[in-house]
Design a protein around this ligand. Structure first.
Ligand code: RIB
Ligand code: CA
Length: 339
């Protein structure tokens, strides 16, 4: 259990579940949401920016700077997931756009600046990428000294066992495999601890349609209503009575680290495989016999891979946080944050 507040930066491709994650981070009292950066992924980056600003408005958090980042992967041809997230990338709810505009800095510049401020203040950041890792790769290659302001990276991506974008690969890593490889390699070189919240746990924390109803009843165009409507969208789209909180689970695991069971394991990103490009190759061999005859040798990069999650507790944490926002007064009118 963490004490005090955790300075957090989200990197998102909002996205139905990114929206659930942003709302949770904006509302939870132990999260000091410092900035949100946007990247193309689920939807084109300008839609991601629009959606992100909507969520922060609904949560009463216009103090949190939002910056536009990479509109395409480093090398791969861009694809999106609007077949999953809707034409507007956020459930096609018809929610009015924010009157606020994004920070004039590029996402990488905002990340650079908040990392420098964190290094100066000593309150190092937990960076939580919930999207293709393009912005984070650009940051670590362009401004490696940002490491002085980074406590750890907890990213939603990859998987030890399954894929979703393909049989082999998870969407965020598949979208920009080079970026994922750069981030893991740079974190290894720079000594940044990395936790991977992958598909092995991603789908497990869910909320029910009835819980979504209660969130929507919160009304007032608040974050709870928005999150409830997004959960309804998911239930309707997948034809079920439960909706995963998806990306939001990674932020819940920052607030309550014991929600997930992790193993520190060697991880490589497949860049060349015809059918396996974008796969996170998690080495779970538990004896060295193979290694002696393995021409590739053990991957140098070690990642804390989430292999289990207390799904009910994670979903409850997220739901209770959103529900509480329907009764408590919104945050006081925020002062402008200087990053
Ligand atoms: O594979 C799931 C990931 O891809 C989530 O982050 C979802 O929002 C999409 O970006
Ligand atoms: Ca996402």
């Amino acid at each position: 259990m963490i004490t005090g507040t955790v300075p957090v930066v989200l990197d998102v491709d909002t996205g139905v579940d990114d929206a659930c994650a942003i709302a949770f981070a904006a509302l939870h009292p132990r999260v000091d949401l410092t900035a949100v950066t946007c990247v193309g992924g689920n939807a084109p980056v300008d839609d991601v920016v629009r959606n992100t600003l909507i969520v922060l408005d609904a949560a009463g958090r216009r103090d949190v700077p939002v910056a536009r980042g990479a509109d395409r992967p480093l090398l791969e041809t861009p694809v999106d997931a609007r077949h999953v997230h809707g034409a507007d990338g956020m459930g096609d709810l018809g929610w009015a756009p924010s009157e606020r505009t994004a920070d004039p800095r590029h996402a990488v510049e905002l990340l650079r600046d908040v990392c420098a401020a964190a290094a100066e203040s000593g309150r190092k950041l937990t960076i939580v990428p919930l999207a293709p890792l393009t912005n984070i790769a650009l940051l670590l290659r362009t401004h490696p000294d940002a490491v002085a302001g980074i406590e750890r990276i907890v990213f939603m991506g990859g998987a030890a066992h399954v894929g979703n974008a393909t049989a082999s690969a998870e969407f965020n890593v598949f979208h920009d495999p080079e970026a994922a490889a750069i981030v893991l390699g740079a974190c290894h070189e720079l000594g940044i601890d990395v936790t991977m919240y992958g598909l092995d746990v991603f789908y497990d924390p869910v909320i029910t349609r009835e819980q979504a109803d209660r969130l929507v009843a919160g009304g007032h165009h608040g974050a709870a209503e928005l999150a409830g409507r997004l959960a309804h969208y998911q239930c309707d789209r997948f034809g079920g009575d439960a909706a995963t909180i998806g990306d939001a689970g990674a932020v819940c695991a920052v607030v309550e680290p014991d929600l997930i069971r992790t193993e520190v394991l060697p991880v490589r990103i497949e860049l060349a495989g015809a059918w396996s490009r974008g796969r996170t190759i998690v080495d779970r061999r538990d004896w060295t016999g193979d290694l002696a005859h393995d021409p590739h040798g053990e991957a140098p990069v070690r990642v804390a891979v989430a292999l289990g999650v207390d799904a009910a507790r994670a979903a409850r944490l997220w739901y209770d946080t959103l529900l509480a926002s329907t009764t408590s007064p919104g945050p006081a009118e925020p002062t402008e944050r200087s990053a």
